[in-house]
Write a protein that binds this ligand. Structure first.
Ligand SMILES: [Zn+2]
Length: 286
């Protein structure tokens, strides 16, 4: 990490170099934008068709057909959820947290899309409502629903503490996917990927740039709502960190269940079609 004391002497023009203004890596003016109003209008008269309760320190999978909606709802108490998404037809196509971050920023909200990995790179889901949209960024630089974290996992925990813990989000998601696909845990584990940290409040410290978390502002009744752009297989873990105010990767924190609801609209949004895979030729010619 960046240290306060530097070993190397500054060049004379150090300040001038620091003053260079940043440019946005990926200007999104050319990115096709979803017609959010059409999506939101499609909710009128929708029907709830499925409901899955995710128990604390566990994960559950769910299916959302293209053109339907799903919500992740806080119930009973503040709780963070770790979300994985795959194409229902092919788990090789999965959520790409890094590129989603590059396109939409460190934390997601209404109107942002969840992109799939290369070579697919297409929107998997669009966020259509976020009851925590009011939070913005706090004085620490923290915000909710990040795509900067990875997921708590037993390997990092082993590295840092020397101990075994089997209810990290990575393991929970692995078990849920194994159960859904009817395949052994070791076989499906590589398909588990970096998550959308639903309801988690995170940022980077200003002095050292370290990843931090703080108590989530989520309260029962809050939800994050998505429109499925393609047929989705999802899995959600109710993180053992609970509201992530103190620690994760243990049974110490107070944990609560999360609810996933799937809604089928009466009609699909006006003008919407499910996006095709990315159009790059894949020739990689020199
Ligand atoms: Zn976790």
């Amino acid at each position: 990490m960046k240290r306060a004391a530097h070993e190397v002497t500054e060049p004379q023009d150090a300040e001038a170099r620091r003053r260079v203004a940043p440019v946005i890596c990926y200007p999104v003016e050319t990115l096709p934008r979803p017609d959010l109003a059409a999506y939101q209008a499609a909710r009128d008269g929708w029907e709830k068709v499925a409901e899955v309760v995710v128990p604390p320190r566990e994960a559950r999978s769910f299916h959302v057909p293209a053109g339907s909606f799903f919500r992740i709802v806080s119930i009973e108490g503040p709780q963070v959820g770790d979300l994985n998404l795959w194409s229902a037809d092919d788990v090789d196509e999965r959520f790409f947290s890094g590129k989603t971050r590059a396109l939409h920023g460190t934390h997601l909200s209404t109107g942002d899309q969840l992109w799939s990995c290369l070579p697919y790179l297409r929107p998997m889901a669009t966020i259509t409502h976020d009851t925590l949209d009011w939070y913005g960024f706090d004085a620490f630089g923290g915000s909710v629903h990040d795509v900067i974290g990875t997921r708590c996992d037993p390997y990092t925990h082993k590295l840092l503490s020397g101990e075994e813990y089997h209810h990290c989000c990575h393991s929970n998601l692995t078990r849920a996917l194994s159960e859904r696909l009817g395949k052994p845990k070791q076989e499906v584990e590589p398909a588990v990927h970096d998550v959308l940290n639903v309801f988690m409040c995170t940022g980077f410290t200003r002095d050292t740039g370290q990843y931090f978390m703080k108590a989530s502002p989520v309260r029962p009744g809050d939800y994050l709502e998505f429109f499925a752009e393609i047929d989705l297989l999802g899995a959600l873990s109710a993180c053992p960190g609970g509201d992530c105010s103190t620690e994760h990767s243990s049974d110490t924190a107070a944990c609560h269940p999360l609810l996933v609801e799937v809604y089928r609209p009466k009609a699909q949004p006006a003008g919407w079609t499910s996006p095709p895979r990315n159009g790059y030729s894949r020739s990689h010619e020199d």
